[in-house]
Design a protein around this ligand. Sequence first.
Ligand code: HEC
Length: 144
Amino acid sequence: MKNTLALTLAAALALGASLTSTSSAQDAGKVDFEKQILPILKESCFKCHEKEHEDNGKIKKPKGGLRLDGAAVIMKGGKEYPGENVVAGKPDASWLVKTMTLPDSDDLAMPPEGKGDRVTPANIDLIKKWITEGANFGAWKGVE
Ligand code: HEC
């Protein structure tokens, strides 16, 4: 009886060890773009940074030429800072983050003054972490 217990315990430990070495366990601490970042952008930025579409008979173009509704267009960036909207590994060089942290009075503060609540510091930290980790979109492609 004692031996069986010891064996079971050893097997359980071995299983635990093999589980922690799988890649899914390694990814477990990483920020998930679709689950954690996309909702922030939807709430604070999509209103002005989506693909050109019609709204109440009006053509709405993405402001500043920047779209945030797809992985490729997020990396492509806008008119003023093409290729610098998200710089993988460098949150401080990424305009997505910079515009969120600029003071209200700055023309490039996002969302623009009076056009929505600023992104919370906790959510800005989350976006910075996602960029530091390599700005990985996982399986998400969004709108092409
Ligand atoms: C109410 C509309 C509005 C909302 C909401 C908004 N933006 Fe903007 N955004 C603009 C406008 C207008 C410009 C162009 C500003 C300019 O060129 O002076 C712009 C430009 C930008 C640019 C510069 C793009 C480039 O390369 O020229 C970035 C980056 C940006 N926005 C990010 C964001 C982020 C991130 C959010 C959400 C936190 C957001 N915006 C929410 C209106 C908006």
